[in-house]
Design a protein around this ligand. Structure first.
Ligand code: PMP
Length: 360
């Protein structure tokens, strides 16, 4: 069977060249006679792999030396706890911008550790402008989600509210490595790897070094960013295959033309789909405000909701998979991460026109 196009929200598709390389290297990694997943994390291969991955991430995002790059496990959700556990310091309060499910879930988890002040609370269809964001004095940090995967809401640029001295923290799980970022605007940003940089089980945390020592002594060892920094992200056995996948993806991004090119492609792919939705407005609809339309996750609906299952089935017949919206919001969603070729978006756009034609 030919490979289908996977529009799932994550884990996402990987470039075929990356999968083939994994396959080719699985039995014998670089002439060692063993697989990388059998290698000791104290051995030279894994050490080199992690060094190379760190260097590639630093290079691709132009991360200055006063930021450390940590490799954690526990997925995105563990960061919902690790961020407050590590950054609260002596402050009892942290500010959160709630723009959709993921920032809401993060704010809820943080309530176990701190008072959370909602500096903005939205309804999942729009993002705040800077003047609407009201950060409380004395907040340990201001947290937001750069791309709300479920609602298809993405900050067009890094928000610039009056931070009142609080470091800015961002969840970039679903748009990491998809555009250049001004790293120095952040105290910390993090991303689970399974959308744009590989496979589930690895989370990349980029943290300004002066924020590394704030965790109190009762924070568990494996939840302390300082421990990851001191051990070069080997506080225990690391997820070697995940690190390997991320390294192959980072090399692929580099070879393709870097994150600026990933951004151009993401804009081109999503524009094709938004164009169909806008031009066939009596058939399709999106509730996302124009400036917050995600380049990664296009959330849309059919005006005739009862046709949604037919749409999903017909799309599968055309080789276009995983287009159902999140179960909490319904509708449809096309997720198009770094590995999605432009041709994939073209095929989806053409399918959408055909489906509308047939059912109008
Ligand atoms: N944040 C965002 C933006 C996400 O999209 C997700 C999941 N897709 C998460 C956090 C949670 O990640 P995980 O499933 O790895 O815990």
């Amino acid at each position: 069977m030919a490979r289908v196009l996977n529009f799932g929200p994550g884990p996402s598709m990987l470039p075929e060249s990356v999968l083939k390389r994994m396959q080719a290297e699985l039995l014998d990694y670089h002439g060692c006679g063993w697989s990388i997943v059998e290698a000791s994390h104290r051995g030279t291969e894994v050490q080199a792999l992690m060094r190379d991955l760190r260097a590639a991430v630093r290079d691709l995002l132009a991360i200055p030396d006063n930021y450390d790059i940590l490799f954690c496990q526990g997925g995105g959700r563990l960061q919902f706890a690790m961020v407050p556990m590590n950054l609260l310091g002596a402050s009892p309060v942290a500010s959160y911008l709630v723009t959709g499910t993921w920032s809401k879930t993060a704010a809820k988890e943080a309530m176990r550790f701190a008072k959370t002040q909602l500096a903005f609370s939205g309804n999942g269809t729009r993002l705040p402008v800077d003047e609407e964001i009201d950060i409380v004095e004395g907040a340990a940090y201001c947290y937001y989600c750069d791309n709300e995967t479920i609602h298809g809401l993405e900050f067009p640029t890094i928000p610039e509210p009056d931070l009142k001295g609080a470091p800015l923290v961002a969840d970039m799980s679903s748009n990491f490595m998809s555009r250049p970022i001004d790293v120095e605007r952040f105290g910390l940003f993090w991303a689970a790897a399974q959308n744009n940089l590989g496979i589930a089980g690895l989370t990349v945390v980029v943290i300004r070094r002066d924020l590394l020592g704030l965790a109190s002594s009762d924070v568990p060892t494996l939840m302390n960013y300082g421990v990851y920094s001191r051990t070069s992200s080997i506080p225990n056995t690391p997820p070697v295959f995940q690190l390997y996948a991320a390294k192959l993806m980072a090399e692929w991004i580099e070879k393709e033309g870097g994150v600026a090119l990933m951004n151009e492609r993401a804009k081109a792919r999503s524009a094709l789909i938004y164009e169909v939705i806008d031009s066939l407005g009596d058939f399709y609809l999106t509730r996302t405000e124009a400036r917050a339309r995600s380049r990664m996750n296009v959330a849309f609906r059919l005006r005739t909701e009862s046709l949604t299952q037919d749409f999903i089935k017909a799309a599968e017949d055309a080789g276009l998979y995983n287009l159902a919206g999140h179960r909490s919001v319904g509708g449809l969603r096309a997720s198009m991460y770094n590995a999605m070729p432009l041709e994939g978006a073209e095929r989806l756009a053409s399918f959408m026109r055909g489906f509308a034609d047939k059912h109008a």
